[in-house]
Design a binder for this molecule. Structure first.
Ligand SMILES: CC(C)(COP(=O)(O)OP(=O)(O)OC[C@H]1O[C@@H](n2cnc3c(N)ncnc32)[C@H](O)[C@@H]1OP(=O)(O)O)[C@@H](O)C(=O)NCCC(=O)NCCS
Length: 170
């Protein structure tokens, strides 16, 4: 995909493509897909305020990537980019960047409650070096590491980005 994709809200018809993104990229194991389906269902039935699933599609409406962002509970207007993946074979072609730009623009434009900060969590292992390079390129700062969070030798790395200026503003 050399032309930048169209980004639109996800719909029920995208569920199988989104599940394939999660599985094919190794982000979810088959036995974890129940949790994935729950994250998606809460958005699709409209019951979760502030939650947003979006998909990047080509000119035939085929899904190239997807992202999910939602408010972080027990925080002051912090949103978490809980899911981001681009189809194998289409990576490193701007789709992930377009998805993150879209999500950030939508969060910056939303009304009350204002989104102040966007965080994203990933792994410290070599398998996620590409994701870490990507978030740094997208302007996120590495904010924290929780040692051994995902397993022995596998830390959680938290990236942070201000959405409103100043980040402490309302
Ligand atoms: C991480 C991911 C979403 C990025 O999406 P993408 O469409 O591949 O990324 P983009 O093409 O928009 O990349 C933008 C920048 O990120 C960085 N980047 C992306 N892939 C990279 C790689 N393999 N190595 C180094 N830098 C990389 C580069 O700086 C790149 O800019 P450049 O191509 O001009 O150098 C995608 O690669 C992916 O789905 N990976 C597997 C799933 C995953 O790890 N998701 C994140 C879980 S936390």
């Amino acid at each position: 995909m050399t032309v930048l994709p169209t980004i639109r809200p996800a719909a029920s018809r995208d569920a199988s493509a989104l599940r394939a993104l999660a599985l094919d990229n190794g982000l979810f194991a088959p036995e974890e897909m129940g949790d994935f389906d729950e994250m998606l269902a809460g958005f699709l039935d409209g019951s979760l305020d502030g939650h947003s699933w979006v998909v990047a599609v080509d000119d035939r409406d085929t899904v190239a990537g997807g992202a999910y962002v939602a408010p972080e509970p027990f925080s002051d207007r912090v949103w978490n980019l809980y899911f981001l993946a681009v189809r194998l074979g289409l990576q490193r072609d701007g789709v992930g960047g377009a998805l993150v730009d879209f999500v950030e623009t939508a969060l910056r434009r939303r009304g009350e409650p204002v989104a102040r900060v966007l965080i994203v969590e990933t792994s410290s292992t070599g398998a996620y070096a590409q994701a870490r390079a990507f978030y740094e390129k997208q302007g996120f700062d590495e904010e924290a590491r929780i040692r051994e969070f995902y397993g022995p030798g596998d830390d959680k790395v938290v990236y942070w980005k201000a959405l409103s200026t100043p980040a402490s503003g309302s």
